[in-house]
Design a protein around this ligand. Sequence first.
Ligand SMILES: *Cc1c(COP(=O)(O)O)cnc(C)c1O
Length: 321
Amino acid sequence: MITLKDVQTARENINDITRVTPVLTSELLSEMCGNQLYFKAEHLQKTGSFKIRGATNRVKQAALDGAKHVTAASSGNHGQAVSYIANQLHIPATIVVPVDASQCKINAIESYGGKIEKCGTTSGERLPRAKYIAEEKNGVFIPPYDDPFIMAGQGTVGLEILDQIKDVDAVVVPVGGGGLISGVLTAIKESNPKVKIIGVEPEIANDTYLSLKKGKITSIPATTTIADGLRTNQPGDLTFPVLQKYLDDLVLVSEDEIKQAFSLVLERMKQMIEPSSATTVAAALSGKLGLKGKRVVTVISGGNVDLAQLPQFIVSIENLW
Ligand SMILES: *Cc1c(COP(=O)(O)O)cnc(C)c1O
């Protein structure tokens, strides 16, 4: 398992590339939730999500190991992050994306310098292809979450939260494969175990919820949640034990709750966050955290939205308060 020291080392290792992102507040949302709410704004991070933290830590290690190439299998934020950092380090990158990946995501990856390769429609097809290319080119495959360097890099979000906000009571983190939350758990629980850490998943992507309940890694069928960064169908072999050890609670939010939170943040805070991040705000608004009156940080994990999809995410918020 990674330790606090690994996360501290990661922070030293990545701080020439990543930003210390701001913490935002909203009186309206705090009032609606009955909490003092803070928003850790990773949608304002380089490449538009926290993924650049783990990717930088991992790709720098690959460079030290003499890698001549890196690959990733992701059309989303991880693909963009690997593309960006590889370019900064002058290492060629190939990002394997599904044949039906949106042009907007392809453009983002290419704008950072990565080469696109299209392959199949499932991760079962893309993963072996990305690993094969890595081997062929004397390179390294960069996994999205189940890797100690990735987890430690993502955990730097937790160190910043402790630095930036006094007397935090709880931190709410979205859960996909668990890279972000396992890093944050390690950083915060090994610094101040009194801080509660609560994970959030969409109701229809509840693989980690089920796994925790059963006490073993459990997978679910493919899901279509609008929180596309949380569509992984099972937690990682390395991330899951960290959640079992430290996690205080995991709450589920509906697709409607995600859309309401998204719309509220856009209209009232003027922030474009992505649905995967709106899950944490949705959890706070829902009352499911059970933390009335506490100082609660929601991790806004990213802000990459395909504008063509925007109308699907927006709902009326008039009746919410
Ligand atoms: C990847 C991602 C997540 C989930 O992170 P994991 O490390 O897979 O749990 C959440 N939000 C956004 C915006 C992401 O890109």
